[in-house]
Design a protein around this ligand. Structure first.
Ligand code: TYD
Length: 332
């Protein structure tokens, strides 16, 4: 089985490639990644010489490049490639539309042309919008509120259309928020941990009471594996843990684990259009036999430990373009 994994140099793609290569001796992986700011081949240093792994630098929105990669004999496509950061999408949405919508279309066309066994779309619970006290099911209507989630929703709708119109065997997954090793330090958890290691304050948006549901990367990899093994074509699966936390709860827990106090918190201007609460109903996936193995607190401790031990990895990332972004985002 040969997989094309797009965005494999990013946080989730690289973790999943490592999982597939290490757990399935018969699987081969081609990693197509554009190496934008968030793509980093160091994430896969430990497997870069594995004969079952191949890296190709390229853009999923580049039709010729995608065609060239498909000629390698791809059985399944898993599309991790995406612009994912809400705050960056507020600063400018074009790259989100190009990658998350047009890039998805390009891959779907290639999947159709080459008759792949399956196309899996990695997506987010954010396409459902915000829910005060309910849960998103696979049937919940899309109500995206940020340019990022609107772009992902556009891509996901294209996947549905290719299943309905052309019978392309597809699966769409909507996951809650991820955390764990190799996450780029612009997202809440790695940003806060790395700021604190550097002795800087952590910028909490608004009142800090927005709620997100969280999944640790190893649990996510098992969830997606379960979907690959047991999921059905044309279906949609939510991936969630039930670990729903306010941002300030997470901030206080990080401070406590790191032995710091609340003086390190800085309340800053809220994100425009900031979704209040995400909550995922993942019963459909659980019926396939998956459940998360890690508690939030233990996994957060492990994540903090990883960032403490891999300062060379993230200190390099917190320079250059990142500093420009940080200034634009936080010194408004
Ligand atoms: P984020 O990690 O950007 O993920 P998403 O917006 O896709 O859920 O943000 C998670 C939550 O943390 C969200 O409610 C916004 C909040 N947040 C802050 O309070 N401060 C920050 O600096 C960042 C990046 C996020």
């Amino acid at each position: 089985m040969k997989f094309l994994i797009t965005g494999g140099a990013g946080f989730m793609g690289s973790n999943f490639i490592r999982y597939l290569i290490n757990n399935y001796p018969e699987f081969q992986v081609v990693n197509l990644d554009k190496l934008t700011y968030a793509g980093n081949l160091e994430n896969l240093k430990d497997i870069e010489n594995n004969p079952r792994y191949e890296f190709v630098k390229g853009d999923i929105a580049d039709e010729k490049m995608v065609d060239k990669v498909m000629k390698k004999g791809i059985d399944q496509i898993i599309n991790f490639a995406a612009e994912t950061h809400v705050d960056r999408s507020i600063l400018g949405a074009k790259s989100f539309i190009m990658t998350d919508v047009f890039g998805t279309y390009t891959l779907l066309e290639a999947a159709r042309k080459y008759g792949v066994k399956r196309y899996i779309q990695v997506s987010t619970d954010e396409v459902f919008g915000s829910t005060e006290d309910g849960e998103f099911t696979e049937e919940t209507a899309f109500e995206p509120n940020s340019p990022y989630s609107a772009s992902k929703a556009g891509g996901d709708h294209m996947v549905r259309a290719y299943w309905k119109t052309f019978g392309l065997p597809t699966i769409v997954t909507h996951s809650c928020n991820f955390y764990g090793p190799y996450q780029y330090p612009e997202k809440l958890i790695p940003l806060f941990i790395t700021n604190l290691v550097e002795g800087r304050k952590v910028p909490v948006y608004g009142d800090g009471l927005n709620i997100r549901e969280w999944i640790y990367v190893p649990d996510y990899c098992q969830a997606l594996d379960t979907i690959i093994q047991k999921g059905e074509d044309g279906e949609v699966y939510n991936i969630g843990t039930g670990e729903r936390k306010t941002n300030i709860e997470i901030t206080r827990l990080v401070l406590e684990i790191m032995g710091l106090d609340e003086a390190m918190i800085e309340y800053v201007k809220d994100r425009p259009g900031h979704d209040r609460r995400y909550a995922v109903n993942s019963e459909k996936l659980r019926r396939l036999g998956w459940e998360p193995e890690h508690s939030f607190e233990q996994a957060l401790k492990e994540t903090i430990e990883w960032y403490r031990e891999h300062q060379d990895w993230w200190k390099k990332l917190k320079s250059g373009e990142y500093l420009k972004y940080y200034k634009q985002q936080y010194n408004r």
